[in-house]
Write a new protein. Structure first.
Lengths: 310, 310
DNA sequence: GATGCTTACGATACCCGTAAAGATA
DNA sequence: TATCTTTACGGGTATCGTAAGCATC
């Protein structure tokens, strides 16, 4: 058993059992991949993959068990290197944050600026994606820290921490008739076409829920991934927008007016997530602490370092 | 980084940084060991060991962090093999129980007999040692299950479960004057020389505590590792014995009489322990369940599989 | 002087990649 | 037929063990 074999096992699962892809991903030859799998299976005396003729189709029962352990081991192999860097490179290194447009654009900039000032030699990589993509990146070890409102909380392999809470707001072109309707009601909003976020993004679920509970069927004419796109179309008069309050800036968004509707939709909580068992550099913990001062390294590790093996 | 290097790191710590011993333990050459360490340190860019000239003296800070992770990885490497056997060998395999004399001789026999009947093809290895040795064996992966009254409860890396509770009894040569003194008192016992267990064995601590609390200083003239030795000397008239009640058998121990003293010394609880993160074969869980029916596989894994990394 | 670690060097085994053959869709 | 996996084989590399040299106690 060697590490290359373990990497191949993991990659084979990730690449849907296509060994050619695996070999490319790991920069080696198919033949080598094939042989490594066979060697490992021989050594263990168990078939790890379900085969139909020569094709691999999936994991056998022992294979499933195995992959869990293999993932842990490779995670630990990476942890070893991180620990080494911790000591040999001190304030130098890399930090990958996976986050959504909303957070990257409206919540994180001031944290990033602070962080950059403290750790000028740390290469900060901001990776943008959907909440599920963010979760995926964390699980695969491609990102250290995830920030999103959705999807992170339900995954047992991820430790999550509350970052901040926020509400939605309605935006309309300045002078819109809704401006006089204070306080806003769901029914009043639903009179107009709606422009808001995609499903699975930035609290869209709570918007659905609020209308659903009120038995109102809003006419969502356009859904977008980010507030900037939404604002553009609201400006063009396509409909009224529902966005996160933090995404509105009275100065920059001159032609628009924001209407409070914190009483209409539920409260959203944006979360910070770290993969359990993922060892992080000091500065990574510090990044989290910059987001929310009570999330100290001690608080975060207490949660991140407890893992259920199962 | 490869597994041989990891094994060498772990063994170096266990063998007190004597690379010659390490090479013997791993059936390889010193030169290889030496080079592997150097290679790994070069790869990681960190010195793992404190050196004085050519001698290794201990672990550096990064070394300490590293060793924790290395231990986990090697544990997982072993787990992989265990999982494989689980599927390829089904009812065949090996099970190592580390336990004290008392448990091996008086508590476990009926469990072992039952187990053997169910799993005739499992090679059962009973390893006898002191409670601390048992803990050590569990931590080093040399034993699957530990059974002892002492030492197991305080180690965070071990998950422990109550097996059964018991009291001490006094044994005397039949016809001894103490027989008429019912109920027994600590003072009455302390009139005679005492023969009992060694420190750190089979509830000796509670005996000390009882006498200490009563401000009585008993004259322990002989301490032994097991009840058989104690009984022999009590029979010879060296003194009165204090042993675990389970260790007395009215038929076999003909010349002796057991006197109840459950009111004098505290209750002892014998525990079953498993190293957290140590994957065990089905039959191992079954062994535990045979000891105590409420300790099902689900109950045990729920505890064993939760580990704090840090 | 005995023990323990490192370096040098030759033999071996392992790993990789090319190429050809076989299987699957 | 195009895609994918396995097997065979040769070249390169890494690992291992012996032996010699050197440091430590």
């Amino acid at each position: 058993m060697n590490f290359q074999q373990l990497r191949i096992i993991r990659e084979t699962v990730r690449r849907n059992f296509n060994l050619t892809e695996v070999s490319n991903a790991l920069y080696t030859s198919q033949s080598g991949v094939s042989k490594h799998i066979k060697d490992l299976e021989d050594e263990l005396g168990v078939e790890l993959f379900i085969r139909k003729g020569k094709r691999l189709l999936g994991l056998t029962e022992p294979g499933k068990e195995m992959v869990k352990i293999v993932e842990r081991m490779l995670l630990d192999a990476k942890n070893i290197k991180t620990v080494a860097e911790q000591f040999s490179q001190q304030d130098k290194g890399q930090l990958t944050i996976a986050t959504t447009h909303t957070q990257a654009r409206y919540a994180l900039p001031k944290v990033v600026m602070e962080f950059k000032k403290i750790y000028p030699r740390v290469h900060l990589k901001l990776h943008q994606g959907s909440p599920t993509e963010i979760a995926q990146m964390l699980l695969e070890g491609e990102a250290d820290i995830g920030v999103a409102t959705e999807a992170l909380g339900q995954i047992p392999e991820l430790a999550t921490f509350n970052y901040y809470s926020w509400h939605h707001s309605v935006i309309v072109p300045t002078g819109h008739t809704l401006e006089s309707q204070q306080p806003l009601t769901l029914a009043a909003i639903a009179e107009f076409p709606i422009v808001t976020y995609h499903e699975g993004f930035t609290g869209r679920a709570l918007i659905e829920k609020a209308f659903g509970d009120a038995q109102i069927a809003p006419d969502v004419v356009l859904s977008a991934l980010d507030a900037d796109v939404i604002k553009s179309y609201v400006e063009l008069g396509l409909g009224v927008g529902i966005i996160a309050s933090v995404a509105f800036n009275a100065v920059r968004d001159g032609g628009l007016t924001m209407l409070d509707c914190s009483h209409l939709f539920g409260e959203n909580t944006t979360r910070i997530a770290v993969r359990r068992g993922h060892f992080m550099r000091r500065f990574a913990y510090h990044f989290i602490e910059l987001c929310s001062p009570q999330l100290t390294e001690a608080v975060v590790t207490a949660d991140v370092s407890v893992i259920a093996l199962d």
